[in-house]
Design a protein around this ligand. Structure first.
Ligand SMILES: Nc1ncnc2c1ncn2[C@@H]1O[C@H](COP(=O)(O)OP(=O)(O)OP(=O)(O)O)[C@@H](O)[C@H]1O
Ligand SMILES: [Mg+2]
Length: 492
């Protein structure tokens, strides 16, 4: 879930209302909901998926609301192919836990029922779009920051906490390292919110999500006439973050030509916009994160050594969850309470047996995986099912033969997660669809193993765009709560 900060310029109307697209086939229902949401959002209603995809290209929406009847496994990845950062919320006429579960599996950020109070619906939309600094549902005490970061009781995390406290008020560049899902972004936000720049912008850029041809203008902006179509000057993220903090996520994915430009800003506090004649001065604190062994990238010439040392002035390593197992019960309780409030459900606490099983599990997707599991448990309330998921979950960092397992066995066993309603007899069409999805996933996993997790190279081999591959990986991650695409550090 996104935290409540408004960074990354949430797409808004000219009067500042965040923009939404409502995908709803029933015109009357659509009008009613659009009118209700119109107070705080600028809403466009659309009746078909095709239209929605087209509109996404022209209308810069922060989120799409999808009528539950239109939901299927392909829809959300398709929308995110157009706009990777898109928030998606599923809207249902009835309060149906299976549906909420499905929505989460298919990649939705949240789910609401039409009959929910206006306030609750608005709060959910605000939380997923990150549009306003207000918490989702439960009010937080004034003394706590706007997002909650839990520091369990492990000595390793105490070290992390004490480093954060020490560096927060300095302007030092910090390199935050750790496997996928360990909380790197949380640490970045924590440093920011404890720093003297807390009331200034926090701007995040994911270097892996933006093709490198675009990343330069995204970061540094351009001058009017810099290239065909540059009709006016566009400020970059460095401009937006002036006096504030810039968080460069997945820094290892930055192209070497941009690495040089970044080094220049870090050293001299100046950069040139594309097509610009003069350097522009900025005062930006840079935080960077990576789940890669940057030293190896340096040794192999993919990452500039001078930039590495410049970024690495202070580095914080967040240990994987399996190295601080004592925190697992703490996290379980924390997320259970958080999502019970959020979904207004009261599932039973985890049994001692379940906690034992979870203590033994390796959590390749770290806290994110655990959080997603608790979220699903809160919605479904069936501990046995959650534990089954744990035992059938195969992290894709295992050796190749395990991946070769025939798809049919799992499909027959219903482990693809598409059917949760006790429907043991899927239709032929459904069987075919699941087999295709499974085969696709296996091909991706094999290729990633082959390329040693180089996703760009894998995309090339699979003849899909890099963005399409990232979307697939993201969908898998949502599906099983792990982070397969980014679990690359596991095997290293
Ligand atoms: N200490 C923590 N307390 C509470 N929640 C946490 C903590 N650490 C991680 N999380 C949760 O786990 C999820 C992953 O965290 P985050 O996005 O910061 O990880 P990351 O290291 O940036 O992952 P990735 O490499 O995949 O981008 C988030 O939903 C976050 O809320
Ligand atoms: Mg991250």
């Amino acid at each position: 879930m996104k935290t409540a900060y408004s960074e990354e310029a949430v797409p808004r109307s000219s009067e500042g209302r965040p923009r939404l697209i409502l995908l709803e086939r029933d015109a009357a229902e659509g009008r009613e909901l659009a009118a209700a949401l119109g107070r705080r959002f600028e809403v466009r209603s659309i009746a078909s998926v095709e239209e929605c995809v087209r509109m996404l290209r022209s209308f810069n929406a922060a989120a799409v609301l999808i009528e539950a009847g239109l939901l299927n496994a392909d829809l959300i990845p398709r929308l995110r192919e157009v706009k990777p950062a898109l928030a998606v919320v599923v809207v249902s006429a009835v309060n149906d836990a299976t549906l909420a579960f499905k929505a989460s599996k298919f990649g939705a950020d949240d789910f609401f029922v039409r009959t929910e109070s206006q306030g609750s619906i608005e709060a959910k939309l605000i939380a997923v779009t990150g549009a306003l600094p207000i918490p989702p549902v439960a009010p937080r005490s004034a003394s706590r920051p706007d997002f909650a970061m839990l520091f369990g009781t492990s000595p390793k995390m105490e070290d992390v906490k004490s480093t954060i406290d020490k560096v927060a008020e300095t302007n030092a560049t910090v390199l935050i390292r750790g496997e996928s899902g360990t909380g790197k972004e949380m640490v970045a936000r924590m440093i920011y919110s404890s720093s003297a720049r807390a009331d200034k912008p926090f701007v995040k850029v994911n270097c892996a999500a933006i093709p490198y041809e675009l990343l330069e203008s995204e970061l540094f902006g351009y001058e009017q006439g810099a290239f065909t179509g540059a009709n006016r000057q566009k400020p970059g993220k460095f401009d937006q973050a002036d006096n504030g903090t810039l968080f460069l996520d997945e820094i290892s994915e930055m192209h070497p030509s941009l690495q040089a430009k970044l080094l220049h800003v870090l050293q001299d506090g100046e950069f040139a916009r594309l097509g610009g004649k003069r350097d522009v001065a900025v005062d930006v604190r840079v935080l960077a994160a990576t789940n890669k062994q940057l030293e190896r990238d340096v040794a192999e010439g993919r990452f500039r050594e001078d930039l590495f040392y410049r970024l690495n002035v202070v580095s914080i390593h967040i240990p994987p969850l399996r190295e601080r197992r004592e925190e697992i019960p703490v996290f379980l309780e924390y997320f259970l309470s958080k999502y019970s409030d959020y979904y207004n459900k009261r599932p039973a606490p985890f049994s001692a047996m379940a906690i034992d099983r979870m203590m033994d599990y390796s959590w390749p997707g770290n806290i994110r995986e655990l959080e997603n599991l608790v979220k699903r448990y809160t919605i479904v309330g069936n501990e046995a099912q959650i534990l089954r998921e744990l035992s059938t979950h195969k992290p894709i960092v295992v050796s190749a033969p395990a991946i070769e397992q025939p798809a049919a066995r799992e499909i027959a066993a219903g482990h693809t997660g598409a059917s949760l309603d006790g429907d043991d007899q899927p239709s032929l069409l459904e069987i075919g669809r699941r087999a295709a999805m499974k085969a696709e996933r296996e091909a991706i996993e094999r290729t990633l193993l082959q390329t040693k997790w180089n996703r760009r190279q894998a995309a090339k081999i699979l003849k899909v765009s890099y963005k399409a591959l990232l979307n697939k990986l993201k969908a898998y991650e949502e599906q099983d709560g792990a982070a397969p695409g980014r679990a690359g550090t596991q095997g290293k």
